[in-house]
Design a protein around this ligand. Sequence first.
Ligand code: BES
Ligand code: MN
Ligand code: ZN
Length: 479
Amino acid sequence: MLAVPVGARGALPSWLAEAADPVVDPDWVAGALADTGNGGRPGGITNLPVPGRHPRSLVAVGVGDGTPADLRSYVSIAVRRAQTLAEHGATRLVLPLPEGAVAEDVRVVTEAVLLAGHRFRLTSTPHPPRLADVLLVAPPAAAAEVDALQRGLATAAAVCWARDLVATPGDTADPAWIADRARERLAEHPRVTTTVLGPRQLRSAGFGGLLAVGGGSDSAPRLVVATHRPDDATGRHVVLVGKGITFDTGGVSVKKNAGMREMKTDMAGGAAVLAVVDAVARLGLPVHVSAVVPLAENHLSGSAYRPGDVLTHVGGRTTEVRNTDAEGRLVLADALAHARLALAADVLVDVATLTGAARTALGARTGALWATDDVLADGLLAAGGRTGESWWRMPLGEDHVGHLRAQLDSPVADANNAPGDPGATTAALFLQPFAGDLPWAHLDIAGPARSAGDVGEWVRGGTGFAVRTLVRWLEAGGC
Ligand code: BES
Ligand code: MN
Ligand code: ZN
């Protein structure tokens, strides 16, 4: 299939004739387009039937003004259409870049091809043929374009890995399995060291939150620490903490089925931070960065933790459990404290499918961001803007949230774990003390971590949200 990009004023790329398609000459395309009314609006797709060929093998796709968002739309639509044709055997897509494309656009297009075209399938189930070759047609490439292509490939490969981890059902993807996958994949990178702590080590290091949350499951918890430290590392130690609940039943405060069904995705934050380290290593970025992932299954059994229990976290802070379904913050608390006290973090960012309230506030396409440091917040928001991931900063200052702190009080512990509305912000307030005085950002991805359908670069299931933002942020220096 050939997907001709049509600009807002009907403009076609001057290199269309080089699109390796002998049948299609640009004048013919321009004439056919004029008849279809495709004015180049992003989101538009028109068949241009060529006599003697499959009627859908040539399509015109709107690319508007050619902004990065327009390019993502063009590529996603073309790839999605090509995937349906691939099921009938046509597994090749020719994708000319629009007129005026620069190196940055090559990266945008490369990521969009691989992300919109990504499919997860259990190896045990048969699957139809899928898109196999994509030919990007661009003006003669300089070093910058080749570099952009490689960066796009590395970034998208990492995002797809995160998606596959999220997609793997909870019966397979238990804490030990995720830890093994992390060890296996990151072993390919000489500058990455991965260590995994099991229950005995977690007990001696004081992980009271992680052990309690994982205590009801037959699959014991793990902590993965993956550190990328190249010789040329400049700047501070950035530690990315990701929530790794491999399945969230809610525990004895059990969820209803409608809310439990998708909870194999409750380790999306953990998958994201592991994928960031993978991408950073592939890209060879000169940054010292670690991923810390507390992995547990929040299940219910005779050994499960219960409301009323008082837990002691790494570093000694205590929590009164009021709701065993507010488990994410309990495992993040230990991991943040461990990052600060044992790993000598200079900057902390956590990523978590933490609260239904974040999704209620912002919907399923936008991540919620809290930060104690404006430079950190601005850097993350800017990186998100460049990658097409959308974030919204939530308040954490005294004026806005000071009065909420009393809701965290407990008669028996330093805090309780279910401090009430506004639930996404009170969860952030619960976590804040564990970051101490370090610059800290908290990313709640309960909305955008999974997609209900195929939209833009997302396919149904795990989206890999936050990976591209964090990779871009680290490319820009990371703090
Ligand atoms: N994993 C859930 C949050 C979630 C909900 C993620 C929906 C994605 C979609 C989390 O562990 C949870 O259950 N949070 C509770 C907290 C409450 C009990 C204080 C929630 O949001 O209801
Ligand atoms: Mn929960
Ligand atoms: Zn959860």
